[in-house]
Design a protein around this ligand. Sequence first.
Ligand code: BTN
Length: 322
Amino acid sequence: MERAPILAVLKEKAGRYVSGEELAKRAGVSRTAIWKQINNLRDAGYGIDASTKSGYRLVSVPDLLLPEELAWELGTKVIGSRILYYQSVGSTNEEAKRCAIDGAADGTVLIAERQEGGRGRLGRGWFSPPGGIWISLILRPAIQPADAPKVMMLASSAVCSTMRSLGLEASIKWPNDVMIGGKKIAGILTEMASEPGMVDHLVVGMGINANIEPDEFTPDLMSSASSMSIAKGAPVDRLSFTRALLRKIDRDYEELLAGRSEGIVGEWRQACGTIGQDIALSTPNGIVRGTAIDVDGNGCLVLRGPEGTDKYASGDVTVVKE
Ligand code: BTN
């Protein structure tokens, strides 16, 4: 993030000019390096006016999830300790797993403008065009592997509550889909590397359909998926959404690590629209019907069916309409 000091000074000036001399001094670089870095910022999409008399001023910030912008006064303790950015990548989860094996720190964030091979749950693909928020977190929580589902609950609950803070009526569909008006807006894919009794790392991938137009969805997704911009009727500010999301995850992660997961599970339950519904649950062993009566602290669905009550760790829910 070599260009960050220059950007910090330009931002502090809030659209006013700063002389090349002051910029060089405050950013701790030579006058010749300034020009190179200004061009570098322009290449990244920043609008910067240059005047021989007055110096430089920032006139616009690109609609991109650039690490400098995400990290700007983020104020988190762990999440975003390092931010890796990709214009295009196969899958942020795949990349995150490689980084985790190479020792990437707790809280590392990987974010892409688009994914060419986005991955979803149950071996499915994930449609990831520009305009969405495709993000993976590398977490190294000192928890038992059996408690890992709580991290998933934390993530879906954070996505849901950040959407609600924009006035969107989002809810969670078990196990981890975020829905608006019966359509899927976001999904979570968590992958774990563990040893007996100990989590080595978790990769929490979040796919958030932020600004995607109806005609961009592939025909097979049209009936089941939507985006925040469609629900809102206007584009959302992806940068401020992502920053708010990372802050919420950071607060909840601290709670979880302190052994206080009740609030996270409680918030998740409140946001869950599946509890209380009559559903058909598609499992690898077939379809089970019943009433979803609860989701336990490990994220398992408690289903009361004609044969009694059972718990399920995974599956696909369809609400049965009368
Ligand atoms: C689902 O099927 O509901 C989960 C979808 C998860 C998609 C996200 S996008 C960012 C991260 N990288 C991936 O390849 N997948 C996850």
